[in-house]
Write a protein that binds this ligand. Sequence first.
Ligand code: 6PG
Length: 259
Amino acid sequence: MAGDGVGRSGVEILADTNALADAAAELFADSAERAIAASGRFVVALSGGSTPRRAYERLARAPFATRIPWTAVHVIWGDERCVAPTDADSNYRMAFEALLAHVPLPPSNVHRMHGEDDPTRAAASYETELRTLLHTPAGSPSTEPGQRIDLALLGLGDNGHTASIFPESDATRETVRWAMAESVDASPSYRITLTAPLLNAAAEVLFLVSGKTKTEMLTRVLDGPRRPGELPAQLIAPTNGRLRWLVDVAAAARLQRSS
Ligand code: 6PG
């Protein structure tokens, strides 16, 4: 059953979590095809949490498993919990089980955040790895094709966080670092996260938000006053890219519709 369409620019409302996962997989494949045509590769930042898992499982099956040229795909993470990659809380483990174990992605194309290491060192090391991957050894992130994240998948926490940029955290005020570690008000508490400066250089950012527990927060983020310190998801505004939201009817229940 189709959703009720785009209620406002950039927001597509889907009937339920399954329809949202189907749409997310389709947009992922479209983005991959565009990026590979433009620069020969596709750099995608995966989100953690439960919402994207269904989309990853779709991508691991026909038609996407054969449609996407996985050998040209590089996977990075938007954030990671500071736990071992085998831990049930690991975003890497979730993505590995749902997708990476089922597609022919070269191991060297999987850029894992080392949640098992000292968080500050792991964040600094990740930034170094990203700067190599994106051919930007120093300075601000580039928005040039081949030098940026092609697609960043993000979720929305019910406290307004995205990636692991939590309300009133240092990460909400970061303007230079691409990745950082912080203790947050969630479990596991220590997290590594990409920062808004890097995410906002992406070619495309796609939020996946589902369920009635997100209704109030989604409405505050999209329709309410701009308070990015309190609502970190409002920090995300690509400087030279496209921002889209895939939300289900339950999460969108109180959204204002465009006139
Ligand atoms: C994480 C995620 C986080 C997530 C939101 C929403 O590590 O938990 O990256 O930012 O996207 O918490 O999670 P759900 O989609 O599971 O509600």
